[in-house]
Design a protein around this ligand. Sequence first.
Ligand code: AMP
Length: 250
Amino acid sequence: MKIITSINEMKEIRKELQGSVGFVPTLGGLHAGHTSLIEKSLEQNKITIVSIFLNPTQFNNLDDFKNYPSSIEQDKSILNLLNIPYLFMPTESEIYPYGYNYKISESKDSKILCGKYRSGHFEGVLTIVMKLLNLIKPTRIYLGEKDYQQLTLIKNMITDFFLDTEVISCPIIRDENGLALSTRNMRLTPEEKVTACLFAHILKNESDVKKAAEEITKLGLKIDYIEDWNSRRLAAVNINSIRLIDNVEK
Ligand code: AMP
């Protein structure tokens, strides 16, 4: 696997690539949710590029950024096992050489749900994804339904800016207890994990949104929101200092 760290190298390599390119952007801390996207890209494209970049501009909370789990060596082994030809792993100064002055902002769907609780989060997400799309120029980008609001915003940005990349949305991968896989799950204690599974269970099984909120609150979780949006029910909760999101089809 070729590890690319500089923008210039990424540009040079991209110029030489022929055929379809699938792209899977990640923050690292890879798990089976990520590998499901990567496997789909491998199936559908001649070449797959995975990026690992813990993008600081999308973290509205410094502690969350500092405590975000990282497992670079394990990530590299996973990608090697999958036979990924290119890992793009830029540094912050490569991605933001002039600081963070130019931003992609959205004025409607980024202000609700997670956007209401994480000021500037989606600006950071859309800006990094736009930068990566301009560099990698993928035929297809693979995004998880786990981050349903993010998926919707990126899809709409790609359409709105006439970009030539197809968005492939991928279903949520859950563990055997129904908990949506997330890098942040690594920070949960065994007790917190049990509570997180109960949260996922309630979100899936309680059809009355008010009752669901009551049951989740009874678990001792702080709810940011639980709301129906675009034929999905989405929720964000805080288990002590760890924020989890999930959604189910309605
Ligand atoms: P992240 O590293 O958390 O930014 O995630 C990178 C990509 O993987 C995003 O498109 C996520 O939506 C997707 N992803 C994360 N967790 C899951 C999951 N449990 N199932 C499916 N996709 C996921």
